[in-house]
Design a protein around this ligand. Sequence first.
Ligand code: NAP
Length: 337
Amino acid sequence: MPLRENRQVRLVARPRGIPQAEHFSLVTEPVAAVGKGEILIQNRYLSVDPAQRGWANDEGNYSAPVPLNTPMRALAVGEILESNAPEFRAGEFVYGWFGWQTHCVAAPDAVLRRVQPSALPLSANLSLLGINGLTAYLAFHGLGDPKPGEHVLVSTAAGSVGSFVGQLAHIAGCRAVGLTGSAEKAALAQARYGYQAMINYRDSTDLPAVIREACPEGNDIFFDNTGGAIADAAIRTMRLHGRIIQCGTAANASWTPVPTGPRAEREILTRRLRWSGFIIFDHIAEFEAAATRLTEFALDGKIVHDEEILPGLEHAPGAIAQLYRGDNHGKLIVAVD
Ligand SMILES: NC(=O)c1ccc[n+]([C@@H]2O[C@H](COP(=O)([O-])OP(=O)(O)OC[C@H]3O[C@@H](n4cnc5c(N)ncnc54)[C@H](OP(=O)(O)O)[C@@H]3O)[C@@H](O)[C@H]2O)c1
């Protein structure tokens, strides 16, 4: 049998701040032999995630950065071609840590979920049923504790996670207001993602006043994906006993030196707020139940999932920077073929 080729996108230089195309290189090598207990996966779709900034550089991390000259750490969905592990068989589709490459030889613990057959496209396993939809569902319900009639504010509302939070808030009977960086994305989020009002934060000279105006009754839940100036203003709109979910920090391009801003502790104290950090990988045991619920919502027409699919592995190197420019329309995915 001819040797199979593995095309990889390797991290070749350590970025400061946001990784750019020049920090990566495309390399071809033979697919590694499948050892005892291992599986060989052929990737079909690769995920592009804001968290890859923190996996590529070594600032503000909670895990070790990707070693140089190795495939970029990434979630992917693919088909098992060979299995030497008793719990998997060839032909199954799986979602997990398979990297930015065409093929991956992995131990079974690299798999986060088996793809369940449904009418949804395979790529939905990286968006609605990947960490974006799962984060929206598990963080919003687990930490937000939403009740009908409550007021919800969401940053990066037109992005992948934000699009699902708006729709889940709507399903929960809440009034959701979102923030995004363009008029076009604001209109999209209001039309498709359950938001009753949207704020274009790039278009505002007095963000605190604009947020107060859009949320005249204050907010019970702030689902924050940016931190920075948006969070500084949003915290001051929280109602008594409000819940802040710290899900991302997209507004801070670098943690060296540590950014500074207005102090929040007086707001936390006087408004009796609960401010919780959320990391999706603490919740792997809940993935299957959440994915089942999200699939039902999608098949019942209650949730839409928008994806922007880049055609080919060669588009991966520039994709993280594209995400941070806000140029993505829905979940950014790279198709391998
Ligand atoms: N905690 C977890 O376990 C977990 C899991 C998944 C995702 N997340 C976080 O959730 C957030 C959204 O992730 P996603 O995958 O759905 O990406 P996304 O929202 O589809 O894309 C990222 C968005 O961030 C916004 N952005 C970029 N730079 C910004 C800045 N300086 N200020 C404000 N907004 C900026 C852009 O939207 P605009 O055009 O609207 O600015 C961009 O489209 C990220 O912060 C990510 O790290 C966290």
